[in-house]
Structure formats: C-alpha cells, structure tokens
Design a binder for this molecule. Structure first.
Ligand code: DAH
Length: 338
C-alpha cells in the first residue's frame, strides 16, 4: 500500500490541465466520494494494526497534497478568467493631469531670460555661508543688526557659519573667483529669522545682478533697470530711484515702478502713491572691490537685488506670501507655463 501511495503522490505532482473543467474532473477522480484516495481510505481499514500509524500518516499527507494541488490549479484558472473578463477595450482611457511650474519658478525664469538677452550670465552658489561672504566682505560693520541671531539663522558661532540672508554673498564668491569684466545674475534661496506673516517669510528667493567693468556708471545702472522693468511689467512702465543705504553700495538706491494695477493713479496695492518698490541697487562700494582684490582705480560697477516672491505677488496680484509656500494644488493649478 505504501508503494501505491508513493506512486499516486508522484502522479498528482505531475498533473497539468488546460481548463477549469479538467480541474473538476481531477477532483472527482482523486478526492470524490468514489475517488481513488477515498478508496485507499477504505483499504486502510484492513491494514494490520502495527502498520496503521505509518501508513495513516502518509495517506493523510497524500490527501492534503492532492487537495492543495487542485486548489492551486483552480485559482490559476479563476484568476485568468476574471482578469480577461474585466478588460473592456472600449472604455475611455484614464486621463492624468499635467503638472505646472511654480509661480516663483515662472517669474525667476522670466527675469533670467530678460537679463540673458542683455548679455548677463547666470551663477548659483552656496546657501550655507560664512560671515565673510554674507557680511564682512560686503562692508557690514561689526555691530550691524543683521549679524544678530535675531535676524539671521546661524549654524555655528565662532567660526560663524550661517544660512545666507541675501544673494549678495554670491557677488563676493564670483568676484573672488574671476577677474572683471563680470556681468552676471545670481538667483537663489535666502533665509531670515522672521515671523511668518502675509508679507514676510523666513525662506524666500532673490535675484542679484552684478556688472563690473571699466567706466561703468550710475547711468548704465538706471538704463539697465529701466529696460528690465519695461520687459517685465509692460512697455508703459516707468521707474524712479530713491536714495537709500546699503553697506555694499555707494551711492545706494531703491527702485520703484509705476503701479501696474492703477497705472500710477493710486490704489490699495501702491498705497495710493502710484509707485511700488521692487528692488535695491547701487554702485559697488570701492571697499567691496578691494576685499575681492579688484583694483578700484581701474574698475567700477553696479549691483542690484530683488525678491522673486515680491515680483510674483505684484504680477499675479497675490496678497499673501504664504500661498507661495503652502503648495495648495488649487492655487498652483492656476499657473500655466511652457
Ligand atoms: N541684499 C539686499 C537685501 O537683501 C538687496 C540689495 C540691495 C542687493 C542693493 C544689491 C544692492 O545688490 O546693490 O535687502
């Protein structure tokens, strides 16, 4: 009987079928009431007592194996048929939505594009900086409030390693690494220790511009910025430069554009003045040139820096800067770009 059981196990393990009906046939053949295995259980009654334990074990094993094999075959066919029944070739395809560029990227690309037509190259540099590149080389006095932990995120003190508070640090990196003439813009992320509100964020983006050559004058700065403002906000745009102060430029100015919303008549956006401030600029301070080993008697230059979020908010009439950082799809969906 043992031999018979072994042969059956072998036979069952080799079985292959081509349809669900074959599986049912097999089940009846082996496991049905009058099937081969049931018959063996009948014979088992006549097995001598001393062999019962051993044969009983193998016989039960055979039954389980046969059952498993049949279940396996059955599930294979069932899976096949249900999958093929599910496919409906006439069904419409699933469409998925195409992403769009973030408004900050759209504006950044537009600004870069305008300056590239004016012959500016583009450089990026580190966001984690040292005191020299963010403050000292830019002529910040030792007691300047920006050097305070209140205003700047420090990674370490002594040596001072910090998150850059402006992209002006890239001016120093570039002037240290290449001789004039330099005509370049530097876009990038900056960090300030500020409470987040509708008007301010602790992370934002700037674009810095730098032009160093022989005989660069304030008139060149003014004309460059006028061309930029017209390209960015429309040909009717006017600019005005107000005297200001930055440690790294002398003289320094802040630039306003005529309000694109009311055309200069006065509205809520321009606080009834007809003008909105968009950037800081000036002639590079000779001390800064000296710090970068550029001869101040031969070269002069101008620099400017603007917040990308600010320009995006003006262009798209966004009244809360936080919208630009929350990534709410309902907000982002409204911006389309190529
Ligand atoms: N770094 C200044 C800021 O973050 C902006 C700025 C002002 C940049 C004048 C300049 C400049 O290059 O000349 O507020």
């Amino acid at each position: 009987m043992l031999k018979k059981i072994e042969d059956l196990r072998e036979e069952i393990s080799k079985i292959n079928v081509t349809s669900l009906a074959d599986v049912e046939e097999l089940r009846i053949k082996y496991l049905g009431k009058k099937g081969i295995i049931s018959a063996l259980f009948e014979d088992f009654r006549n097995v001598p007592q001393q062999e019962k334990k051993e044969i009983g074990l193998v016989l039960n094993y055979l039954k389980t194996e046969a059952q498993e094999k049949i279940n396996d075959l059955k599930s294979q066919f069932e899976a096949k048929t249900s999958r093929s029944q599910q496919i409906d070739l006439t069904m419409q395809g699933i469409s998925f939505s195409v992403g769009s560029r973030h408004p900050v990227s759209i504006i950044k690309n537009q600004i870069c594009e305008i300056f590239s037509t004016l012959g500016y190259t583009l450089s990026e540099n580190r966001e984690i900086e040292d005191d020299w590149h963010v403050f000292s080389a830019l002529n910040f006095p030792p007691e300047h409030p920006a050097r305070d932990m209140q205003d700047t995120f420090f990674i370490s003190k002594n040596p001072d390693i910090l998150l850059r508070t402006h992209t002006s640090s890239v001016q120093i990196r570039v002037m240290e690494s290449q001789p004039p003439p330099i005509r370049a813009i530097f876009p990038g992320r900056v960090y300030r220790n500020e409470a987040i509100s509708a008007r301010a964020h602790c992370i934002f983006h700037q674009i810095e511009g730098l032009y160093i050559d022989k005989n660069v004058s304030f008139a060149d700065l003014k004309q460059t910025l006028l061309v930029f403002a017209k390209e960015m906000f429309g040909q009717q745009t006017e600019i005005r430069l107000r005297p200001s102060f930055f440690p790294f430029t002398e003289p320094s100015a802040e630039m306003d554009i005529s309000c694109s919303l009311c055309g200069g008549k006065g509205c809520a956006i321009c606080k009834q003045t007809g003008w909105v401030e968009i950037l800081g600029c000036g002639m590079v301070d000779p001390n800064v040139l000296e710090n970068c080993y550029i001869d101040k008697n031969i070269y002069s230059g101008f620099a400017f820096g603007m917040g990308i979020e600010r320009i995006a908010m003006l262009k798209y009439r966004i009244n809360d800067i936080r919208l630009l950082f929350e990534n709410d799809i309902r907000f982002l969906e409204q911006f389309q770009s190529v």
